[in-house]
Design a protein around this ligand. Structure first.
Ligand code: GLA
Length: 744
């Protein structure tokens, strides 16, 4: 996978991709190529690639002694600002407020065949020594006494390169890192649109497109979490095509403040960079200390957005999330939040649990409100003792009854927060993120705990651990409901550390708590959540194989959220619940059929008062659960593809999910609003079928994979005003699932 072409040029390649880098004339690392696999390269071919890269249009020479060489339009691996390149660089270092104009020279490289999973920090991993290789290139800036190591991981099976870097201070005094990106990718032309996943609370991760033109397009979060508004994932697509054309994309394995941007220069060359946002960031690097960036992924597919999706989903499932969750079935969850909100006690919950069990559900999750005296969202966070008014015999006793019913037991926590009316807050006012200013913002009646302080993480875990043990929890929903303001850590102040380290140290504290919990309870399923999808990123996915994607449980809105999310994240991460109508977030009335047909894709749950439903609805739920249990493996872990537009405003949505050998697939078709007098003869071309096989469509016809791929699967006939005799679907909120099974 990693080929040394000459003693300082490297070719990372597999069947899908080639990534070529070389040491440039000035000793820095230059980028030569990323894209479709080139096969093995000779030194002559390397010279050819290099020659293409050395025609500079820049006017400022790099140095008086290096001829015409300059960096202005050279594709680089880890560019720095300050010499003949005027674009934003990947690394900014200051000493005593003096900017350093860095100059790194190649020293050496190492290649390793193993990359074990470590809970200490989220990153890609490989199992055994066949799956991946990692190249580490060491560069040194002798003048400034800094050592930079850039790491590249290539996986045997995926169209992706994982990148991260470390910086070590070899000098005698501290320096300040003011910006250190995780990955850079320079491309030879700008004939792309940038795609990102934008939104807000209740409408997260909608697909958006931006034109690339000279200038910068950026998405960023300064909220202390990746955020509802922007996701670290960005992609570059030539044509928006689902099936053809180059697509490049990046994502960051990180959950805090980030910046992902594409800068296009005057010669139409885009530079993509992603990493920790440099705003309000500064890391003091003491002598001999090392700073490590989070890891970032650079994807490539030659096969359009569906090709990209195949890579992002496989990488997340196999190299980032804990692989045990591909083997272990995701439980069908009952969550009481929208069923009861804060208004519950043990008796009510047990009635719900009995009904959940009868319907075939598998895990009972008690959401917010079981602790302290939390009858509203203004109180008790940080007081993780069971509320004896609601659970007179304690949580252990209640959980035992749930387990006795044959259900798994789950509980909601919001570990990073504290309410002002708690002993924790009263005893430790200095454990809160708060500037010494007289004014502090408050959100949802709560403050954020200073997770940059290890003592705070220890104290919170000391409260949570006995609850996990007493209730023998199988499942935790880990929520995070407010963003950070007036970012300031009393702990860092006391340690004499700069406050600009706060945001990164905070998120490392969050990872530390995850590590402690999963080290002690490795089988626990932790569902990530942040006011819905406010922290839906690969950092979280490393620990939480599934996440609550949005507080909007409306089936129509979920179509848009799922379509955007699956561009970057696997279906197995997308926790999907059936809720009541009228929907609590938008007041929409959708049929149960549509709600179930949407929620069946991904880990399934129910979040409504199942003790108050009419018998036909209960029967439909039972039937759907039976169906889901039979096909869960495919519906959670299958290969997901889009069949129509990803536009969140599209009136029809269609997707498919297939198993690995393409012997079985499901197709979901959805129409939001009925449309009169339209053609009913529409076909969905299925990319996920084997062309040499034949498939039976439900109990109907048997047709070849060729036909399904080239001609397509007929969309269900909708009632269009004139076809009452043949219409299969009518009215708003139509949906249809198709099951296709290979018969040869
Ligand atoms: C957040 C979550 C919801 C629910 C509530 C409880 O909004 O996203 O699913 O858990 O908190 O307060």
């Amino acid at each position: 996978m990693i080929e040394l072409i000459d003693d300082h040029s490297f070719h990372l390649h597999n069947d899908k991709i080639s990534y070529v880098l070389t040491v440039m004339e000035n000793g820095q690392l230059g980028h030569l190529y990323y894209g479709k696999a080139l096969g093995s390269l000779t030194t002559t071919e390397l010279d050819y690639l290099r020659a293409q890269a050395s025609k500079s249009a820049g006017t400022v020479k790099y140095s008086p002694t290096t001829g015409n060489f300059n960096l202005a339009d050279r594709a680089q691996e880890y560019p720095v600002y300050g010499s003949s390149d005027f674009r934003r660089g990947a690394l900014d270092v200051y000493a005593d407020n003096d900017p350093w104009y860095l100059d790194f020279s190649y020293q050496s490289y190492t290649i390793t065949d193993t990359k074990p999973r470590s809970l200490a920090q989220p990153a890609t991993y490989a199992v055994g020594n066949q799956e991946a290789q990692e190249l580490a290139i060491t560069l040194v800036d002798q003048v400034h006494q800094l050592k930079l190591v850039t790491y590249y991981t290539i996986f045997r099976a995926h169209g992706v390169i994982a990148r991260r870097s470390t910086l070590t201070n070899l000098g005698a005094s501290s320096v300040m890192i003011q910006n250190m990106m995780s990955a850079v990718l320079e491309l030879p032309d700008d004939q792309f649109e940038m795609v990102n996943l934008a939104g807000a609370w209740l409408k997260e991760r909608h697909v958006k497109y931006h034109n690339l033109a000279q200038g910068t397009v950026a998405v960023e979060s300064l909220k202390g979490a990746s955020g509802h508004q922007h996701n670290p994932f960005i992609a570059l697509t030539r044509s928006r095509s689902l099936t053809t054309g180059d697509v490049y994309a990046s994502n960051l394995i990180y959950s805090g403040n980030f910046l992902s941007q594409v800068e296009v220069n005057e010669w139409h060359k885009p530079r993509l960079m992603t990493g920790i946002s440099p705003a309000y960031f500064g890391w003091q690097l003491a002598p001999a200390a090392t700073f490590s960036t989070p890891e970032a992924l650079l994807y490539y597919s030659a096969d359009g957005l569906n090709g990209l999706m195949a890579e992002t989903q496989a990488v997340a499932q196999q190299q980032i999330a804990d692989r045990q969750w591909q083997r272990r079935p995701r439980p069908i969850v009952f969550n009481n939040w929208e069923a009861t909100y804060f208004n519950f006690d043990e008796t009510k919950l047990l009635t719900l649990a009995q009904q959940a069990k009868q319907l075939g559900m598998e895990c009972f999750v008690v959401d917010d409100g079981w602790f302290g005296h939390r009858d509203s969202d203004r109180t008790s966070l940080g007081d993780w003792r069971v509320d004896h008014r609601k659970f007179p015999h304690g949580m252990g006793h209640f959980a035992q009854q749930i387990h006795d019913l044959g259900l798994q037991m789950g509980l909601w926590f919001e570990p990073e927060m504290v309410s002002p009316d708690t002993p924790l807050y009263r005893d430790h006012p200095d454990w809160v993120v708060r500037h010494p200013y007289p004014r502090t913002a408050i959100g949802r009646g709560q403050y954020v705990l200073d997770f940059a302080n290890p003592a705070v993480v220890t104290a919170i875990y000391a409260q949570i651990k006995p609850v996990i043990e007493a209730a023998q929890l199988d499942f935790i929903k880990w929520d995070m409901n407010r963003n950070i303001t007036e970012a300031y850590s009393p702990y860092l102040a006391a340690q004499g550390l700069p406050q600009t380290e706060f945001f990164h140290r905070y998120i490392l504290g969050v990872y530390d708590l995850y590590q402690r919990i999963l080290t002690d309870f490795p089988d626990l399923l932790i569902e990530g959540c942040a006011g819905g999808g406010g922290r839906f990123d690969l950092g979280m996915l490393f620990y939480s194989p599934q996440m609550w994607p949005s507080d909007d449980s409306d089936a129509v809105e979920r179509l848009s959220i799922l379509s955007g999310t699956t561009l970057a994240y696997p279906l197995s991460a997308f926790s999907n619940h059936v809720s009541a109508v009228p929907n609590d977030q938008v007041g929409r009335m959708t049929p149960l059929k549509m709600r179930q047909n949407v929620a069946d894709f991904g880990p399934l749950g129910y979040e409504l008062d199942i003790t108050k439903l009419p018998a036909p609805e209960l029967a439909a739920i039972k039937a759907n659960i039976d169906f889901y249990q039979q096909h869960r493996e495919l519906l959670v872990n299958g290969h997901f593809q889009q069949l129509q537009s990803l536009d969140p405003d599209a009136n029809t949505v269609a997707w498919s999910v297939a198993n690995a050998d393409q012997s079985e697939l499901f197709v979901g078709f959805y129409r939001k609003l009925a449309t009169p007098n339209t053609s009913v003869l529409n076909y969905l071309k299925l990319p996920n079928v084997a062309v040499n096989r034949h498939y039976q469509i439900d109990d109907g016809p048997i047709v070849s994979g060729q036909i399904l791929q080239q001609f397509g699967l007929r969309e269900p006939y909708q009632f269009n005003g004139a076809n009452a005799d043949t219409a299969e679907l009518r009215g708003d909120f139509q949906s249809q699932l198709y099951h296709l099974v290979a018969v040869d």
